[in-house]
Design a protein around this ligand. Structure first.
Ligand code: A1S
Ligand code: SAM
Length: 219
């Protein structure tokens, strides 16, 4: 199953979260060569890993085999802080019901297509459950046919540009019942998510972050 991990239930997943930071280092720094993310402790962690991050991690027993994360766009995001030029046609997304999606990975031994579909289903299921209507993301162009195969509807935020020699685009991806139905039919399961321990409502949380930011800026 794909576990929903946030600040409210993270105490149940300490080992899994640490394992996933190490896998991310292996995958994104060593395999993908994203050297700006290299850290001497072998854990890949950036400014979007904090109490507001939601991790959707695929686990087999205690072993993390894949995952991705979501981050509220009512806070500064990777698009607004690192890649605003990729959203030059529209503006950088910022709304309680839009979350930024990133760090999608599968361990090499599970790259057979099956887990990939479940991870695609997971983002749609989680967002539908939570009232999140779109996710924003920065991704290399080779994701486009992958999204199309999964039935995802994409709206570009700007024109593609080279990021470290890879053609990359920022886009919004719609969350919908029809997309979720299409992808979960391919998976052959109605639900792929597992929730343990205390949960929070994420759109409400994102609204609170927006309000706090507004109050701070008025001081
Ligand atoms: C992005 C942010 C997200 C929120 C969106 O026949 P093949 O091997 O060519 O088929 C491949 C390719 O078509 C394509 N593909 C995968 N990696 C590619 C790359 N680096 N460059 C160009 N094309 C690539 O997908 C097909 C299937 O890939 P796969 O690895 O055999 O299997 P699977 O199970 O679909 O896993 C795909 C992912 C991307 C999850 C896996 O390869 C992985 O974890 N890669 C490292 C992490 C990564 O690059 N993540 C994307 C950036 S976050
Ligand atoms: N979509 C990606 C993800 O899911 O994390 C990141 C965007 S782009 C496809 C890949 C490039 O973004 C790489 O060159 C990587 O070094 C850079 N990158 C990823 N996270 C970053 C961060 N927090 N700050 C600066 N650059 C980052």
């Amino acid at each position: 199953m794909i576990h929903v991990i946030t600040a409210t239930n993270r105490h149940l997943y300490h080992e899994a979260i640490e394992q996933h930071f190490k896998i991310r280092h292996n995958v994104f720094v060593d395999e993908r060569g994203w050297k700006t993310l290299e850290r001497s402790d072998g854990r890949e962690i950036d400014q979007y890993d904090n109490d507001d991050t939601v991790y959707l991690l695929a686990m087999e027993g205690d072993r993390v085999v894949g995952g991705h994360r979501l981050y509220p766009t009512t806070k500064p995001t990777m698009i607004s802080e690192v890649f605003p030029h990729l959203a030059a046609v529209s503006s950088c997304p910022s709304a309680p019901d839009i979350w930024e999606w990133s760090r999608y990975f599968i361990v090499p031994e599970r790259r057979d297509g099956d887990l990939n579909l479940r991870l695609m289903a997971a983002v749609q299921e989680f967002c539908l459950d939570e009232g999140i209507s779109q996710v924003s993301a920065v991704f290399e162009m080779w994701w486009l046919p992958r999204f199309q195969q999964a039935g995802f509807v994409i709206k570009p935020l700007g024109i593609p540009a080279l990021v470290e020699n890879a053609w990359t685009i920022a886009a919004l991806i719609d969350v919908s019942d029809s997309t979720f139905r299409a992808v979960s039919q391919k998976v052959g399961q109605r639900s792929v998510l597992k929730r343990c321990g205390p949960q929070r409502r994420h759109v409400d949380h994102s609204k609170r972050l927006q309000q706090e930011h507004l109050e701070r800026s008025l001081l």
